[in-house]
Design a protein around this ligand. Structure first.
Ligand code: KG4
Ligand code: ZN
Length: 342
């Protein structure tokens, strides 16, 4: 095992996360602080998020390094999320990482958040999955199938034509008067409901593996409006949540079947991003992957949602591939995969 360690920093949205990994990918420390300040606004307020990152990040780095039993002299490199995400938070995380990299005399790695989600399944404790694999990335901002052929080598097979899957969960939760973030709230509510409403399954059976969720969201809005004014009864909320989740499950299953047809040589199917923590969706995906003779690799829940372990690990993978970034590397609020220049 290499004695030098990797520091990862994630601050692209409303989670401040810090992790310390050994060079072989074993996790020495991982901390995540979820900002609860945004719940009252029904979504993330960028300026509040950036200020909170700035307040907590230095102390979290010290705490993570203390927990890992290492100091700045033990670092091999520092990796921070440089996009896509909210620019204020990205500037806080990358600014800190660059400063610490200069002070410690180690390389700086600008990590693409989507690439970090994509490579999580290659962590020794999760997979490890061999290249090439088929990735379904489903988060608050993205829904896409990628052929992951190597570090930095991604081919987009399909993506959403409108809303991201997580966005559909969040918007539907809002319509149902459930809390933010909507995904976990819908999953919890659906557990006690019956999927008795026939909601649309957009693009089902269509060629390719694109997604569309806006029609589904509109159908839920119409259903809720038809139920009259005021708060919906709890049983009805549960039934609508269950119906919504079942529709998304059908869409995921169908789209995966098509994506597998487009990448028959995939070693496995990997699912990543916050929506990948949903158990019903995992079960549907696992069933379809199994029918094609592939296994479904889903990271543990804490590594599906935003975290810094994935950032440090992407840094390890990129450094191994000789892909270091300069200190002049910028942040990119929009930064799709395949990774374009910074
Ligand atoms: O990857 P992530 O933590 O942050 C982004 O990079 O976007 O994903 C957050 C998204 C949110 O939209 C949230 O509602 C959704 O993931 N999510 C879920 C679940 N847990 C989180 N969606 C469905 N079911 C869940 N259990
Ligand atoms: Zn994410």
């Amino acid at each position: 095992m290499e004695s030098k360690v990797f520091l990862g920093i994630e601050s692209s949205c409303d989670e401040t996360a810090v992790a310390v990994l050994a060079g072989d990918g074993s996790i020495l420390a991982e901390l995540v602080l979820s900002q609860m300040d945004h719940a009252a606004f029904g979504g993330v307020v960028p300026e509040i998020a950036a200020r909170k990152h700035l307040t907590v990040l230095p102390g979290m780095v010290r705490a993570a390094m203390y927990q890992a039993g290492v100091g700045f002299g033990d670092l091999a490199a520092i990796a921070a999320t440089a996009g896509p995400g909210l620019i204020g938070g990205l500037l806080v995380g990358t600014g800190y990482a660059k400063g610490a990299a200069i002070a410690s005399g180690v390389p700086y790695l600008a990590i693409n958040h989507l690439e970090a989600h994509a490579l999580t399944a290659r962590l020794p404790s999760v997979g490890p999955v061999e290249f090439p694999f088929l990735l379904l990335l489903v988060s608050g901002g993205h829904s896409q199938f990628l052929a992951v052929e190597g570090v930095g080598r991604y081919r987009r097979l399909g993506s959403t034509l409108d809303d991201a899957a997580g966005e559909a969960f969040d918007k539907t939760a809002k319509l149902l008067g459930l809390g933010y973030p909507g995904g976990p709230a819908i999953e919890a509510a659906a557990g006690g409901g019956v999927a008795r409403f026939g909601l649309p399954r957009p693009l089902l059976g269509r060629a390719g593996c694109d997604f569309s969720f806006s029609g589904l969201k509109t159908a839920v809005a119409q259903l809720v409006a038809a139920c009259g004014d005021g708060a919906l009864p709890k049983e009805l909320v549960a039934d609508v949540a269950a119906s919504f989740q079942a529709a998304v499950g059908d869409v995921f299953a169908d789209r995966l079947q098509h994506a597998l047809g487009m990448m028959p040589k995939a070693s496995a199917v990997v699912v990543a991003g916050g929506v990948a923590s949903n158990f019903l969706l995992r079960a549907r995906l696992s069933e379809v992957a199994g029918q094609a003779g592939k296994s479904l690799i889903a990271p543990p829940l804490r590594l599906c949602t935003d975290n810094a372990v994935m950032v440090a690990w992407a840094g390890i993978e990129r450094l191994r591939a000789g892909l270091v970034d300069g200190l002049d590397a910028a942040c990119r609020p929009r930064w799709p995969l395949p990774r374009g220049p910074l």
